[in-house]
Ligand binder design. Structure first.
Ligand code: LRH
Ligand code: MN
Ligand code: MN
Length: 383
């Protein structure tokens, strides 16, 4: 089984996955949950140590504020990881009730732009190259504001942020169909995100969060189309049964994840040169967080491994010959191949545990964290 395509593949984990999270009904607390960004990074580094797959951690500002960014960077690097994308946050302040970058009030828009300029400074100090922008902006009621006017304001605000990027920095622009606004989000779909990126310039690319579409959307089509345009900057991987559920990637629909990775492999986008940042955007509300993250990165690895097994030559022949069932069977053969032993062997060859979840549970890390981190305030999803 040739799985060489996995060699330089990596996944970025989110700092917020290690804090307590919940629904609007209840946040359950867990013993040993990190109390600050340093401890979140330590937990993320544990995921990397056991899987060899997760060498970067995304931050969310201001959830991850620290006094000394270069010290946080040092802590990350001492633990074998680096700082990944910096996420701005425009969804937790009263000023943003009517939106942030699209707000009708120029002073609010200015404040939202300034927040991004601060994020760019954090990136300079932490060595991060990606700023991820997700807007909660939108309308709940028809007529509440001008749909068109908001796009003009958005374009202007994004331009102000984009023009402040260093040459090695990228803007990742995320879209979402619904929530928190329900009538119309201001960046509801990949087309809107892409149009803004194209207008901005080559350093702007689209983020595809797998939980941000209407049910039964063909996500792999979007992946293919963005790759054709060289504008797929990143994934926010997670699973959804209903809405933006943020469950473990590959748990709800492993076949969808395989189809997505198939388009990635077909375009060669699993290789680092593609610059596609494969990030997770998940919360672990009732399950243990570090094992949940380990499982997540392994699920992505497994889907990629299966996609790498697709016999591309045979598939091209079957497609050219119009062999509908034959072509489909080639894809399904790859999907139905059990790659678990091959992946465990690969891990062992690299000095990693064959079963990273079992190794974590046996390591005593969780028990030690529960003792060491007793007292103080546990970090929640937002802080
Ligand atoms: C919005 C979103 C976005 C945020 C994250 C916490 O639903 O996907 O990426 O930054 O959740
Ligand atoms: Mn997201
Ligand atoms: Mn989301």
């Amino acid at each position: 089984m040739n799985l060489d395509g996995l060699n330089d593949f990596s996944i970025e984990v989110p700092s917020w996955a290690y804090g307590n999270s919940g629904t609007r009904f209840k946040v359950f607390t867990t013993k040993g949950v990190p109390r600050n960004p340093y401890e979140k990074i330590s937990d993320a580094a544990e995921v990397n140590r056991l899987t060899g797959l997760a060498p970067r951690v995304s931050l969310h500002i201001p959830w991850d504020l620290v006094d000394d960014w270069s010290d946080l960077r040092r802590h990350a690097e001492e633990n074998g990881v680096t700082i990944g994308a910096v996420n701005s946050n425009l969804f937790q302040e009263d000023d943003y009730r009517l939106g942030s970058l699209c707000n009708p009030d120029p002073a609010v828009r200015r404040k939202a732009v300034d927040h991004h300029l601060q994020c760019l400074d954090v990136m300079r100090q932490t060595g991060s190259t990606d700023i991820k922008v997700w807007l909660p902006d939108g309308l709940n009621y028809p007529g509440q504001d001008s749909l068109r006017g908001r796009q003009e304001r958005l374009a202007e605000s994004l331009r102000a942020i984009y023009d402040a990027l260093d040459p090695d920095q990228r803007m990742l622009l995320e879209y979402k169909l619904f929530e928190p606004a329900f009538y119309s989000m201001d960046i509801p779909d990949w087309g809107t995100s892409l149009l803004h990126c194209l207008a901005l310039g080559e350093q702007a690319t689209v983020v595809l969060d797998t939980g941000h579409h209407a049910p039964s959307t063909n996500i792999e089509f979007i992946v293919m189309q963005l790759l054709r345009q060289n504008r797929l900057g990143a994934f926010d991987f997670n699973s959804r049964f209903y809405a933006d559920d943020d469950l473990i990637v590959g748990s709800a629909d492993p076949f969808q994840l395989f189809r997505i990775m198939s388009e990635i492999v077909a375009a060669g986008a699993h290789r680092p040169e593609s610059k596609v940042n494969f990030m997770l955007d998940q919360c672990h509300n009732i399950e243990e967080k570090i094992p949940g993250q380990i499982r997540s990165v392994l699920n992505v690895e497994q889907a990629l491994a299966k996609a790498l097994l697709i016999d591309q030559e045979a598939l091209a022949v079957a497609q050219r010959d119009g062999d509908v069932l034959g072509a489909n069977a080639i894809l399904m053969d790859a999907y139905e191949t059990d790659v678990r032993t091959a992946l465990a062997d690969r891990r062992e060859e690299r000095g990693l545990p064959r079963d990273p979840v079992a190794a974590f549970l046996a390591s005593g890390y969780a028990q030690k964290a529960a003792t060491d981190r007793a007292g103080g305030t546990q970090a929640s999803w937002g802080a």
